[in-house]
Design a protein around this ligand. Structure first.
Ligand SMILES: Cc1ncc(COP(=O)(O)O)c(C=O)c1O
Ligand SMILES: [Zn+2]
Length: 364
């Protein structure tokens, strides 16, 4: 199996330890999933790996690293809103979908130590799966990251470096460490295997509901859920299981909106922004590395972008928690954005929102 460089088209075996191509381009997988078919789902496997027929796994390492991720329910929150409860995961966020696939890949190609940078949740996930796989792990997080996320990462015996400055700066510091030491970069943003895990979000929705809801809201920072969702929907269309793309609405923070800004002027690259401090820490990404790829999807599928109003995040979190849903602030921002979308466009029925992170993870 091969990677292909998004910039120059060079091909490289996926066993490579190089985080990206020598030309600076990021990798994508030169691989196509077979037609999606529910009869190929392994119903005896209670994790995302029940969909392994549609995932590019090498060997059987997934058996050793799985923590029972995925299989999260879709619940009817009110007459218009369905919630997919992705914080019901081993490390309490949706990132376990991607990390399980990524660390299974690392294990299968003999990686024994990794580094990664994260706003916290992806670091939690990578640390937990590395712990299960017996892989050494070092995580870089920006200052201001919730202490609960840092404690969780440490509990998995990973080393944590708290870097002063923004999330983007933290990523730069982590990448310079890789340039110096040559460690494997288990990045949820760079590594294409991560997206093969987040695809399962849509596979599950389809298996559970036997259809895809009309409106799909997705938080958009670096786009790990966003890209996985689009890829899986494309697969369902190619497999003639759905006839068209649903209406996709991407949610950015009002205080950090590089895609929303790009779309206003029809740009093909995200507009670089310096994030202002926001409660939606998980989507505060000023320089998303897969920006061009994400914008291509946004234009291709006419994807709307809405910004989450900062002053309605607490109220949205309360509206959820008083109905039994205790999510983290970044996740409440998706609901705040949904409410704003309804104010602007009227009642929006049959809307699916992901509950990405658990409330116990965020302070404020
Ligand atoms: C709770 C939560 N929601 C949404 C996101 C956004 O994911 P991405 O940056 O991959 O778009 C994150 C990322 O860390 C997160 O932690
Ligand atoms: Zn290249």
């Amino acid at each position: 199996m091969k990677y292909i460089c998004l910039k120059c088209g060079l091909k490289e075996e996926v066993t490579t330890k190089k985080a990206k191509c020598d030309c600076g381009g990021l990798w994508k997988l030169d691989w196509k999933a077979p037609k999606f078919d529910l009869s190929l789902v392994d119903r005896d496997t209670w994790s995302i790996f029940r969909y392994r027929a549609f995932m590019p796994l090498i060997g059987e390492s997934w058996r050793q690293i799985s923590l029972g991720e995925g299989m999260t329910p879709v619940i009817q929150f009110n007459e218009d809103v369905l919630l997919k409860m992705d914080y019901f995961m081993p490390t309490l966020s949706f990132k376990d979908r991607g990390a399980a696939a990524l660390i299974a890949h690392c294990k299968s190609i003999g990686v024994d130590s990794v580094v990664q940078d994260s706003s916290g949740n992806a670091g939690n996930s990578v640390a937990a799966y590395c712990a299960k796989a017996g892989i050494d792990c070092e995580i870089f997080v920006p200052e201001g990251t919730s202490l609960k996320k840092i404690d969780m990462i440490k509990s998995h015996h990973a080393k944590v470096n708290v870097v002063p400055g923004t999330r983007d700066h933290c990523a730069n510091i982590c990448r310079s460490k890789i340039d110096e030491c040559g460690n494997y970069y288990a990045s949820h943003v760079y590594n294409p295997f991560f997206y093969e895990g987040t695809k399962t979000y849509i596979y599950e929705v389809y298996e559970q509901l036997h259809r895809i809801p009309s409106n799909i809201f997705i938080p958009l920072g670096n786009g790990t859920l966003f890209i996985g969702v689009i890829k899986a929907l494309e697969e369902l269309i190619e497999s003639n299981l759905i006839t068209k793309m649903p209406n996709i609405i991407a949610v950015q923070s009002e205080y950090c909106d590089p895609f929303a800004k790009a779309v206003v002027t029809g740009k093909m690259n995200p507009v670089e922004v310096i994030p202002k401090l926001t409660m939606a820490e998980g989507i505060a990404i000023g320089m998303p590395m897969r920006g061009e790829e994400i914008l291509e999807y946004i234009y291709k599928y006419d994807i709307e972008i809405i910004t989450a109003p900062e002053n309605r995040i607490i109220e949205a979190r309360k509206a959820l928690s008083t109905k039994g849903i205790y999510c983290e602030h970044t996740t409440a921002a998706t609901y705040a954005a949904y409410l704003k979308y309804c104010d602007l466009n009227g009642k929006t029925s049959d809307s699916l929102l992901p509950m990405c992170g658990a409330g116990l993870k965020s302070d404020h």
